[in-house]
Design a protein around this ligand. Structure first.
Ligand code: KIV
Ligand code: NA
Length: 265
């Protein structure tokens, strides 16, 4: 199996073939998603919410994410693994962004990194791409800015659609190889997708994007409760695991596990 490269993603855009991306934070999911043919895996800072149990993505640190990136990268044969730079690890300066990105590439064995922000982060993106680090951008709703954006809300409505496009163009010019569009109107995402020669990856951004991304626990129904509108659940892992753990507990309590075949003499 040959490793997916950024030029393959651009070829898919040129052919008009949409492709899937998922988050992954550990070895088993990385192996399975790789086998399922997911070409790009993102070790998202959404590990904050989906692994570490924080209520926002802001608290998660580089030191917390790096071991997850290394686990995912080590478990894939084909997928391109993107490490998500967490809040506070790149915003201060292009130099800080490069210092952090180098850690993701060396210690995390990432193949690329992602950071949030548009025009104002073009110098940061340039510092990375100039040093040989492929960068995925992320605009629209950017969770690391949730407190300044006033919570989870659709971005790029009305006149803001022009700003969204300007941000996307700035990222492409700075050398980004792809850009995530999160929670933007489908019409705005379609326009950005048509204007850019690099792929757009939508999450709550409609069907016109070149690619789609979901958090895997949302996709597989491990997270319970009413998820965001843009999620489709492809399994109900929460029920599956709850049933498995309950059956195991009952068998131990009733003396039905372990059985003779599980026992050494
Ligand atoms: O951290 C994350 O999971 C993300 C994706 C939703 C794009 O940034
Ligand atoms: Na993220």
């Amino acid at each position: 199996a040959k490793r997916v490269r950024i030029h393959h993603l651009r070829e898919l855009k040129e052919r008009g073939t949409p492709w899937p991306m998922l988050t992954s934070y550990d070895m088993y999911t990385a192996e399975l998603f790789d086998e399922a043919g997911i070409p790009v895996l993102l070790v998202g800072d959404s590990a904050a919410n989906n692994v570490f149990g924080y209520d926002t993505s802001l608290p998660v640190t580089v030191d917390e994410l790096l071991p997850l990136v290394r686990a995912v990268s080590g478990a894939t044969r084909r997928a391109l693994v993107v490490g998500d730079l967490p809040f506070g690890s790149y915003q201060i300066s292009p130099e800080q962004a490069l210092t952090t990105a180098v850690r993701f590439m060396k210690e995390g064995r990432a193949h690329a990194v992602k950071l949030e922000g548009g025009q104002r982060f073009a110098p940061h993106v340039e510092a990375l791409t100039g040093a040989g680090v492929p960068v995925m951008g992320h605009i629209g709703f950017t969770p690391q800015s949730e407190h300044s954006l006033g919570g989870y809300r659709v971005q790029g409505r009305g006149d803001a659609a022009d700003e969204l496009l300007a941000d996307a163009v700035a990222l492409e010019r700075a050398g980004a190889f792809a850009v995530v569009l999160e929670m933007v109107p489908a019409e705005a995402a379609k326009r950005v997708t048509a204007e850019l020669s690099i792929p757009t990856i939508g999450i709550g951004a409609g069907a016109a994007c070149d690619a789609q991304v979901l958090v895997w626990q949302d996709m597989a129904g491990l997270r319970r409760g009413k998820g965001p509108r843009f999620v489709r659940r492809y399994a109900n892992l929460a029920d599956t695991l709850l049933t498995a753990a309950s059956s195991y507990a009952e068998d131990v309590r009733n003396g039905r596990f372990p059985a003779p075949e599980h026992t050494f003499h």
